[in-house]
Design a protein around this ligand. Structure first.
Ligand code: ADP
Ligand code: MG
Length: 157
């Protein structure tokens, strides 16, 4: 487990940069946190670090945004508006399962039992005007990423 803090939106994006630097291949990352805690902001930092230029739309209404970037395919989901977890199936994402796809899921619990299993969890909470991020490894892939990340940020807890 690793606890990080970001006091501004820019710092949140910078943590996204650090996080994705620690990911060699693909991974499934669950992003937990109340509305407005900065889940999409973290994703924007990740996408920009991977070379995406331009907007990062929140998939609040579309549920899904897909990015074909040079090194990876990124699937950004916001499942807040799923009424039943079963509706996840209609997104038709089974074909995207590949070892170099990075999955970033906001509100994964709304697709419980249908979404791919997590390699890592990021739990974001408000901390004053900033945010606290608690990062947990949930598989061997996740453990490797967390180890890389701890080296990159220079400390662990
Ligand atoms: N670490 C942070 N510190 C302060 N404000 C932040 C931070 N991260 C994000 N924000 C701000 O919080 C708001 C909501 O961010 P967003 O990424 O849309 O949240 P979510 O996707 O979790 O609903 C935005 O205005 C964003 O600028
Ligand atoms: Mg969001």
């Amino acid at each position: 487990m690793l606890t990080l803090e970001a006091h501004t939106e820019l710092a949140q994006e910078a943590l996204g940069h650090k996080l994705v630097q620690a990911i060699d291949m693909g991974a499934v990352v669950y992003l937990h946190g109340a509305l407005g805690t900065g889940k999409t902001t973290l994703v924007r930092g990740i996408l920009r670090a991977l070379g995406h230029v331009g907007n990062v739309k929140s998939p609040t209404y579309t549920l899904l945004e897909l990015y074909q970037l040079e090194s990876k395919t990124v699937v950004h989901l916001d499942l807040y508006r799923l009424k039943e977890p079963e509706e996840y199936i209609y997104l038709g994402l089974e074909d995207l399962t590949s070892p170099d796809t990075l999955w970033l899921l906001e509100w994964p619990e709304h697709g419980a039992n249908f979404v791919p299993p997590a390699d890592m969890g990021v739990n974001i909470t408000y901390q004053g005007t900033g945010r606290r991020l608690v990062i947990t490894a949930l598989s061997t892939i996740g453990t490797a990423i967390l180890n890389n990340l701890q080296l990159n940020v220079g400390y662990s807890s």
